[in-house]
Design a protein around this ligand. Structure first.
Ligand code: NAD
Ligand code: ZN
Length: 407
């Protein structure tokens, strides 16, 4: 080797790539435009065993022509992360988790010009990732109405590989472009809390889109939202920003019902105050001044709650079931009384399409605009090094949305 012509930077990059056993390193290592100084390594919270994260340090790979390096600002903990933490149902351990994250572009390849919606991007812009369409990298926003996230990958639930910087519970995340099929959005016009709430909010934008397909949900509808965890509370917020005012929230936790009121529910019913389904349905009817609901959103993972909800809905009403993201077991209903004779129209709703993301950005601006307490949904904030404690707090269910916030 002619030492006179050695490019020291290139050697460092090669050594770093070698350290990570980098078989699928980004193709080109052209010096990418970058902001400030990018460290050589990044901390990544890896779930290495059940209920245990290790903070690992990995080299930051050179940024390829189609790729983006993002400095993570924060990431919410999702129910899916809780399932992975407890049971690893997707058999991903060791895995870099965190998919409700956001951060700032610090370096990007020369081919990166715009986000998935066509909005220009530059260093310093704030972004979120959405799905990874490996099988269909050329998919456009117009096709995406049809494509649910089911079947697509997401950062934060990828099998570990030589890059390692694949989840948002980290200092940096490496977004791969080209045929990798990543989608991402420039959301620089949203504050940090709103950006952390994009992913869970998209679930409710999608649920309301599904509800609208029944033709039953209207401005003046009487709507029940059953379950006032983050999902039910954001459901209320989406309905309020649409101008729906007649909302009755049902839960067993008074603190959550109080939050539902702040979020815009006009009435609340605590199921613990009513013995038996007849009494509970009577309480919902009383809350609506002697009427049953026109439409109901089922936002719990409880089979009993699914069985109950039909009793809150009027003849010819509608139901959106979105609480069973995972298999929570069978629920008993009476097909005659609950569906057939009442002519109830039911839709299921599961995650979202990419198109729902764009709608979600507007929803979050409107929610802030009408003064809904969205930021208060994030009740606990932990630094990355306390990720195990953060997950335990999430499991204890003392708060609502738990987030990792980087310094
Ligand atoms: N459809 C989707 O794509 C999707 C996405 C994310 C989450 N989810 C599901 O939505 C559900 C809610 O999520 P979350 O994060 O708000 O959960 P959460 O556990 O924080 O909230 C559930 C709420 O339901 C209440 N509840 C339980 N049993 C009830 C009953 N019988 N009647 C009324 N209320 C009852 C609880 O007190 C709690 O406040 C979960 O089951 C989750 O898996 C679905
Ligand atoms: Zn999630």
């Amino acid at each position: 080797m002619d030492m006179n012509n050695v490019n020291i930077e290139e050697i460092v990059k090669q050594v770093l790539a070698g350290m990570s056993g980098n078989a699928s390193a980004p193709s080109k290592a052209a010096p990418a435009p970058s902001t400030g100084s990018i460290p050589k390594t990044a901390r990544v919270a890896m779930l290495t065993a059940l209920e245990h994260y290790d903070i690992k340090e990995f080299p930051i790979p050179p940024v390829g022509d189609d790729d983006i390096l993002v400095k993570v600002e924060g990431c919410g903990i999702c129910g899916t992360d809780a399932h992975e933490f407890k049971r690893d149902p997707f058999s991903l351990i060791p895995v870099a988790l965190g998919h409700e994250g956001t951060g700032e572009i610090v370096a990007m390849g020369k081919n990166v010009k715009a986000d998935t919606a066509g909005k220009p991007v530059k260093i310093g812009d704030k972004v979120v990732t959405c799905m990874i369409f490996k099988d269909d990298p050329d998919i456009t926003m117009y096709d995406l109405n049809k494509k649910n996230v089911g079947g697509a990958d997401v950062y934060g639930l990828l099998p570990d590989d030589d890059i390692h910087l694949n989840g948002w519970f980290s200092d940096y995340i490496y977004i791969r472009g080209g045929s990798f099929g990543s989608t991402f959005f420039n959301v620089s016009d949203l504050d940090l809390d709103s950006r952390i709430l994009i992913e869970p909010s998209a679930v409710l934008v999608h649920a309301v889109e599904r509800a609208k397909t029944t033709g039953i949900l209207r401005f003046n509808s009487r709507v029940v939202v059953q379950g006032c965890g983050p999902i039910g509370l954001i459901c209320i917020a989406v309905l309020r920003t649409m101008g729906i005012e007649n909302i009755c929230a049902v839960d067993g936790e008074q603190k959550r019902l109080d939050f539902a009121k702040r979020m815009g529910a006009s009435m609340t019913v605590n199921f613990k105050d009513h013995k038996g389904i007849e009494a509970l349905a009577g309480a919902v009817k009383d809350a609506f001044g002697g009427h049953l609901a026109d439409f109901a959103f089922q936002c719990t993972g409880s089979p009993v709650a699914h069985s109950n909800i039909y009793k809150f809905i009027r003849n010819g009403g509608g139901l959106c079931e979105l609480g069973f993201f995972i298999n929570g077991g069978d629920a008993t209903i009476n097909p005659h009384f609950d569906i057939c004779s009442k002519e109830i129209t039911t839709v299921g709703s599961w995650v979202y399409t990419l198109r729902d993301y764009a709608t979600t950005f507007d929803f979050l601006k409107r929610a802030k605009g009408i003064g809904l307490p969205m930021s208060d949904l994030i009740t606990d904030r932990f630094p990355l090094e306390e990720i195990n404690e953060a997950h335990k707090t999430n499991l204890a269910m003392t708060g609502l949305k738990i987030a990792i916030i980087n310094k």
